[in-house]
Design a protein around this ligand. Structure first.
Ligand SMILES: [Zn+2]
Ligand SMILES: [Zn+2]
Length: 463
């Protein structure tokens, strides 16, 4: 009887491995005293050489979780746990404190068994460019080389990934799709679940529920990668240039740390940085300058809105902005209004709600953010005021977009390109209005507009 029960369990030198421990810890770096397993259990695995222990902060100091080396980000304090002067890493403190006396554990035992009968429930309706890009990406991953997938907003980047991911999974590889934003994780996860019905997929973000199965495919925020080490055979970084990714060197290192040494990285982006484009020389590169439905990208138009902030302070909605909003309401077109600051947005929201009660505002810390975006998509809301938090990954049919104060510093050219890319993504509504309301035209605004026009020219050389 006993033998039967353990038949499906792996053993290591006679020690029976509990799948939940193996599945959870494989590829992870975790604080020894913060796992959901008992202390005795973890100790047993350590004694049998299946789990390795290391200090969270090593000489330097360097944080072994987030790889932070910035001396100013290490704080000395009187620690109650070890009763000594201890140092902790401020850089990754949001994920729980890593201090000199914290121990990290990693799985070094045998890998969980992986099945190779994944299924791809998706009928490709690729354009020739999409098919080419998809084949090139699949080939790069097969050969273990890096790849840059440069595709305009709305080119169908996610679909291009499907075949490449499917191929890798069926070779028994573990795949990670990392993106800087939780919104993007939440949008990608159900789509992957739908097309890969036989694959265990986990979505990881700040407050995601913990799960103990072994996921062959992980969709995660780049931040959560701190908790992985040599875990993945294929690493796909979506929106590789996006804020805050470019701002934080350690997130790049987190990508490197989380993948296995030989594992290729595929960068997927609409607005590649110069250094990413240099990758062309060393790895694969695919470029899709046009949208999947074949229509050009909507080109933003400029409209002056002098002293808009003063007028909003005085509780007056600038005339042009009011007119624009009323036109959207009259045409039953959902809309997004991008604001440079939360403060200005909060002053403006009652003015918009006076036009229509079904207008709301969202920002990064808004707990109802997911719900509000969903309501706009379901047409329960007419429009949303937002900070740049919604610039990427959001797809809403027939959405119209206005940027208020496009001259503000937060609106970099790549942010403005992403914002413009929200419009006309659906084949039924391939066009729409993108207006930059401004108090003076900036270099960044011009750069965004020129780049969109350039991409359109490349996508439609004969137009
Ligand atoms: Zn750290
Ligand atoms: Zn301590």
């Amino acid at each position: 009887m006993k033998l039967r029960r353990t038949r499906n369990f792996q053993q290591y030198k006679g020690f029976i491995i509990e799948p939940s421990v193996q599945n959870f810890l494989c590829g992870r770096v975790w604080a020894r005293d913060a796992t959901l397993f008992s202390r005795e259990k973890i100790d047993g695995y350590i004694q049998h050489g299946l789990i390795e222990v290391k200090a969270a902060i090593r000489e330097g100091p360097i944080c072994n979780r987030c790889l932070n080396q910035d001396k100013q980000q290490f704080i000395t304090f009187q620690c109650v746990r070890c009763n000594k002067r201890c140092v902790y890493c401020r850089h990754c403190i949001a994920m729980g404190r890593m201090s000199s006396c914290t121990q990290l554990i990693t799985w070094i035992g045998p890998q969980p068994r992986r099945h190779k009968n994944h299924r791809l429930d998706w009928q490709s309706q690729f354009t020739s460019l999409q098919r080419k890009a998809s084949e090139e990406l699949t080939e790069s991953i097969k050969r273990g080389r890096n790849h840059v997938l440069h595709a305009v907003c709305g080119a169908g980047k996610t679909e291009i990934l499907f075949t490449a991911i499917y191929d890798a999974l069926n070779e028994g590889k573990r795949v990670c799709v990392a993106t800087p934003r939780t919104d993007v994780v939440l949008e990608l996860y159900p789509r992957f679940q739908q097309v890969f019905p036989h694959t265990t997929i986990h979505a990881l973000y700040g407050d995601a529920p913990k799960r103990f199965s072994y996921a062959e495919l992980i969709v995660t925020t780049t931040h959560q990668l701190y908790r992985f080490e040599q875990a993945f055979d294929v690493m796909i970084v979506d929106e590789a240039d996006a804020f805050p990714y470019t701002f934080d060197e350690s997130l790049k290192q987190a990508v490197i740390k989380a993948k296995k040494q030989q594992a290729p990285i595929a960068f997927v982006t609409a607005t590649p940085s110069y250094s990413l484009l240099q990758q062309k020389k060393h790895g694969g590169y695919s470029f899709i300058p046009s949208r999947y439905h074949g229509y050009p990208l909507p080109v933003p138009r400029y409209d002056s809105l002098w002293g808009y902030d003063k007028s909003i302070h005085k509780k007056r909605l600038p005339k042009k902005l009011k007119k624009w909003t009323q036109a959207r309401l009259a045409n039953h077109e959902p809309f997004l209004l991008f604001f440079p600051t939360i403060d200005l947005m909060e002053q403006a929201i009652p003015l918009f709600q006076a036009l229509h009660s079904q207008i709301e505002a969202v920002h990064a810390e808004d707990p109802d953010r997911k719900q509000k975006v969903l309501s706009l998509r379901n047409e329960q809301l007419k429009g949303l005021l937002t900070t740049t938090i919604l610039e990427r990954g959001i797809t809403i049919k027939n959405v119209q977009v206005a940027v208020i104060g496009a001259e503000s510093q937060v609106f970099t050219s790549s942010a403005l390109i992403q914002i413009s890319g929200r419009v006309g993504r659906n084949a039924q509504y391939p066009t729409g209005d993108v207006v930059f309301f401004h108090h003076g035209i900036t270099v960044e605004m011009d750069a965004a507009k020129e780049e969109i026009e350039r991409l359109n020219k490349e996508g439609f050389p004969h137009a």
